[in-house]
Design a protein around this ligand. Sequence first.
Ligand code: SAM
Length: 278
Amino acid sequence: MAIDTLPPLRDVIAAHELRARKSLGQNFLLDLNLTAKIARAAGDLGGADVLEVGPGPGGLTRGLLAEGARKVLAVEKDTRCLPALAEIAAAYPGRLEVVNGDALELDPLAHLTPPIKVVANLPYNVGTELLVRWLTPAAWPPTWSSLTLMFQREVAQRIVAAPGSKAYGRLALLAQWRTRPRIVMDLPPEAFTPAPKVRSAVVHLEALPEPRFPADPKVLERVVAAGFNQRRKMLRASLKGLAPHIEEVLESVGIDPTARAETLSLEQFCALARALQR
Ligand code: SAM
């Protein structure tokens, strides 16, 4: 069954001559059943404002509106997409606002009313940069309640990785400290037009009311960065720039100074950040 009365996305793309541009990371989702499924992965949208970054021709936007979002604020860099998005806005009066701009240069969250959900199928480099920004606001809890984002599968695995795995690192610790991240969908390259070279995955991150373990965000960030910048080195070497007697600090919280960052749990990283601050 059609999710709305608007034309199929292939027709929209042909009518507005939206040939995908590599420079903008454009790989479009044309199956509206799939975009509705991604919208549902964001949870109950009724009563929530949604920030969508990079709507393109609007497949996911239509999914979000059909699934009942109170309001969608869509930020798109490519002016060619605006007429197609205006048609969607006309079909859902008062519920879709489109901003033409670069999501890295504006703070659209400031224009929305909580509860706010963020949903996006973005170019992968932009997605990772925005994810890090959304995970490191000045205050916690953040203004958003959840993020539902498409990533290259390998990046998605880094977000949910457990200690001891190759994918475990800064992104896992940053995400798992203050959110509950889960991979909720796997997508093959053929789901997109044009098809990218790699598989993709949708990650859903629920903001926790407070961090899992206490730690100062800046100190924790420094410890994690130092530990993983030289991930093959023992902690006593990779962290030696952080404190004059780093071996003693590590031992004071029960961490073996010859261990490597990739074996430390989130709880141990937080304990180390607290000890360093003392
Ligand atoms: N959401 C659409 C879909 O699922 O079919 C389009 C996805 S496509 C992977 C990424 C979209 O993000 C493109 O429409 C592109 O123009 C837009 N985009 C790229 N960089 C952007 C940025 N910095 N700010 C806002 N939009 C951006």
